[in-house]
Design a protein around this ligand. Structure first.
Ligand code: UT7
Length: 324
């Protein structure tokens, strides 16, 4: 017998306002053709004035709890992966915890930018395996639009806002890869690439929030290599081949990265859940948003083998292999 962290429910929330590439081209020196060709993005959701990361996170977590047939009171761990907290402190997780009516249990934010959701899953899984939690909510939530320099066309067209959440509960498994739950997680970071993708502000440097700065080509190059490596690591650990995977749920940064990674791995592109066209890059929210889309439209079913992978600022990257 082994303790497994089983995904019991997923949920997501997207702000109402949709901004298309054509809308952007009215105030940014860009075109729909350029954005679609280079990134696969067609539109993104943008939070309303006053709408904060905690609002998105609470909406997504509420839906995930309903899907799991659970209540906020059942939760004994809240983790929010975000690079765009409501305030510098306290953690946005504190607001979510209060709103969901479960004071007293641990609640914290986790910062690994676009890899944040995979880092959050790994952290919650380790709490559950260690017997320190029985029901965890892991949320990826971002209002990334607030970090965008609308005068920098190389970054501002690529990102969007949203949130996704999962509810994990501790279940007993047999210890085989047929068990439902998280089978393994694999995390990496390499701080020597700090300047490749970062926000140029912060409390201890400029006392401002800063804007996203990215060396796109370098990030792209590293992403394809690191993501394929993180996938192979997950497969090798569990003695699977790529053909065993039912669904790849990647971080949605760029359709070209998704295609190159699938090609490098020899994975059928029909097995890749793609939302980047509609959501753009929502950083830590992109994987749970894509997972939620795949579950909601009936593609991802109970028992399916789902591989998640992400890469982001730091650099950070990683994967999680999960039987739904
Ligand atoms: O979440 C993880 C982090 N993010 C990523 O994984 C993103 C990784 N990188 C990428 O997705 C791609 O590198 C981009 C989509 C950011 C850029 O694509 P690219 O093919 O690497 O284009 P580029 O940066 O080489 O730019 C090509 C040209 C440049 O013009 P010149 O110098 O060739 O005349 C840019 O100035 O495209 C120009 N350009 C634009 N043109 C119209 C850059 N941004 C735009 C724009 N609209 N928005």
């Amino acid at each position: 017998m082994i303790r497994r962290s089983v995904i019991q429910g997923v949920g997501s929330y997207l702000p109402e306002k949709i901004v298309t590439n054509a809308d952007l081209s009215k105030f940014v020196d860009t075109t729909d053709d350029w954005i679609v060709e280079r990134s696969g993005i067609r539109e993104r959701h943008i939070a309303a004035d006053g709408e904060m990361t905690s609002d998105l996170a609470i909406a997504a977590a509420t839906k995930a709890l309903a899907a799991a047939g659970r209540d906020g009171k059942d939760v004994d761990l809240f983790i929010i992966a975000t690079a765009t907290p409501d305030h510098t402190f306290p953690a946005t997780a504190a607001r979510v915890q209060a709103a969901l009516g479960r004071p007293g249990v641990p609640a914290f934010d986790l910062q690994a930018v676009c890899s944040g959701f995979v880092y959050g899953l790994a952290t919650a899984d380790n709490f559950i395996k260690a017997g320190q939690a029985k029901c965890a909510v892991v949320i990826g939530a971002e209002v990334f639009s607030r970090l965008l320099d609308w005068k920098d066309r190389t970054t501002c067209v690529l990102f969007g806002d949203g949130a996704g959440a999962v509810v994990l509960t501790a279940e007993n498994g047999e210890g085989t890869t047929k068990d439902r739950g998280i089978l393994s997680t694999h995390l990496h970071s390499d701080g020597t690439f700090y300047d490749m993708l970062y926000a140029d502000g912060g409390p201890s440097s400029t006392q401002t929030t800063g804007f996203v700065r990215m060396k796109g080509k370098e990030v792209f190059r590293h992403a394809v290599v690191n993501l394929a490596e993180a996938v192979r690591e997950a497969l090798a650990t569990n003695q699977f081949t790529i053909d065993d995977v039912d669904w790849l749920v990647p971080h949605q940064a760029n359709k070209r990265i998704l295609d190159s990674t699938a090609d490098k791995l020899g994975l059928d592109p029909a097995k890749v859940i793609v939302t980047v066209d509609k959501h753009a890059n929502t950083s830590a929210a992109s994987i749970p948003l894509a997972l939620s889309a795949g579950v909601a439209d009936g593609r991802i079913k109970k028992g399916d083998l789902v591989l998640m992978e992400a890469m982001g600022g730091g650099f950070t990257w990683g994967s999680a292999l999960v039987r739904m």
